[in-house]
Design a protein around this ligand. Structure first.
Ligand SMILES: *Cc1c(COP(=O)(O)O)cnc(C)c1O
Length: 422
């Protein structure tokens, strides 16, 4: 489903022409569709209907309060990786009791705050962290629910794009070492073991690696049962990909989770397991785009550059992941000549581009839409080159809401100070 349809050659955000939004709020700007986030979430809800579950939206994908609030209203839980994300969830009306806390470097003050608010579960990523949580929980007279994030070492030969589920990377605990960690956790008085979890990577476009990982988690659950440790939930992480390009066909949540449910239902020891998922990109990416204006066209002997007013500080994915995002004029004009060009920002870095070798019918002053920018867009923005971060706008039907005003120059240095005179 496209929340940014084209009507008579003009792009809309739900029912509002994108040109109107750009005129009102300026560019560059992120434009979100409320319906996009809602339907993204509901796809998971429907896929898990009838099975005990918790859908924890990965806050880092897009942490704007309005986004979190829209999802909280639907009953979403949240996957957080810092106390900042936890406070955002609370400020946006989310429930702490539906929060899972991931990340390799949780600090003591973050653990204390999470215990104070009563989160659902800590996804622990090391034994050191387990002991830390025990100490903090004991001092506060609380019991902390934990799940061990295991690293299932899904085969890199067959699935080379998986970057977080391999032996060599920093995430999780080697699945072979996990039983010993569970044994220790079960002995600790202020720890309650509730689950197992993994998150093997992001932007996966086939089910196989997920299912491989699931099978390894289930073997571990069996091993733990023999040790007398019964898990309540199975957290299969996030990572489901989206179609950045039209020829990509990632599985739908229904397809992927249907297979997970089949696997669990097939074994009486697994059919009681609650399913926890942590989707980020697959809920947020298609619910947003970045709108930018063409500043000028620069022609050199070899190449044409469409220089726009958005840059890598606004949208980093093309620069750091060589990510491909669709770029199209907001108002199509077939009369214009097609130009083969790189779409670049004004920042002093060769890596500052939004797209390479694109065929676009553009001239100075045109608006361009960078598609699928609702996830890992604004959240990764910065002030590099002393540029103000863009405005964020959410469209709801025919209503347009500013959900973060454009940063002002004085905001940028409000917390800086000069040395004393003399
Ligand atoms: C980033 C992250 C997610 C979300 O990943 P997506 O690819 O955006 O779905 C889920 N869980 C953890 C632990 C993460 O770090």
């Amino acid at each position: 489903m496209d929340w940014f349809p084209s009507r008579d050659g003009e792009l809309y955000a739900e029912q509002v022409p994108v040109t109107h939004i750009a005129e009102q709020f300026g560019t560059p700007a992120y434009i979100y569709s409320r319906k996009g986030f809602e339907e993204g979430y509901k796809a998971y809800k429907q896929a898990l209907d009838g099975w005990p579950h918790l859908i924890c939206y990965a806050v880092k994908a897009n942490s704007n309060l309005a986004v979190l609030n829209v999802l909280a209203k639907l009953g979403a839980g949240f996957d957080i990786v810092s106390v900042g994300e936890l406070e955002r969830v609370i400020a946006a009306g989310g429930e702490a009791s539906k929060v899972v806390f991931s990340g390799v470097g949780k600090q003591r003050h973050e653990i204390r705050r999470a215990l104070e608010l009563g989160i659902y579960c800590f996804n622990i990523e090391s034994e050191v962290e387990l002991e830390r949580i025990q100490e903090e929980a004991e001092a506060m007279g609380k019991v902390a629910s934990v799940s061990v994030r295991v690293n299932p070492d899904v085969d890199a030969q067959t699935h080379p794009y998986i970057s977080t589920g391999l032996k060599d990377n920093k995430f999780g605990i080697d699945i072979k070492a996990a039983p010993a960690v569970y044994k220790r956790a079960a002995e600790l008085p202020n720890i309650e073991v509730v689950g197992v979890d993994c998150h093997i990577g992001s932007q996966l476009t086939t089910k196989e690696p997920f299912i491989d990982a699931l099978d390894r988690l289930l073997l571990l659950a069996d091993q733990l049962r023999e040790m007398g440790i019964i898990l309540k939930h199975l957290d299969i992480g996030g990572g489901l990909g989206i179609a950045y390009e039209a020829h990509e066909h990632p599985p739908t949540p229904a397809d992927y989770l249907g297979q997970v449910r089949e696997r669990l239902a097939a074994n009486e020891h697994h059919s009681h397991l609650e399913i926890v998922v942590e989707p980020g990109r697959s809920i947020a990416a298609q619910a947003g785009m970045l709108v930018t204006q063409v500043e000028l066209i620069k022609q050199s002997d070899h190449k044409a550059f469409t220089v726009v007013d958005a840059a890598m500080n606004d949208f980093l994915r093309p620069s750091i992941y060589s990510a491909w995002h669709g770029i199209e004029p907001v108002v199509a004009d077939s009369q214009k000549e097609e130009l083969l060009c790189d779409v670049v920002g004004p920042i002093c870095e060769t890596g500052d581009f939004l797209g390479k070798d694109r065929k676009l019918k553009v001239t100075e002053g045109d608006l361009l839409a960078v598609r699928s920018a609702g996830a890992y867009g604004f959240g990764m923005s910065s002030n590099y080159n002393s540029r103000c971060r863009p405005a964020e706008i959410m469209v709801d039907g025919n209503q347009v809401h500013l959900v973060r005003r454009r940063e002002k120059l004085t905001d940028q240095w409000a917390d800086e100070m000069l040395l004393p005179e003399g």
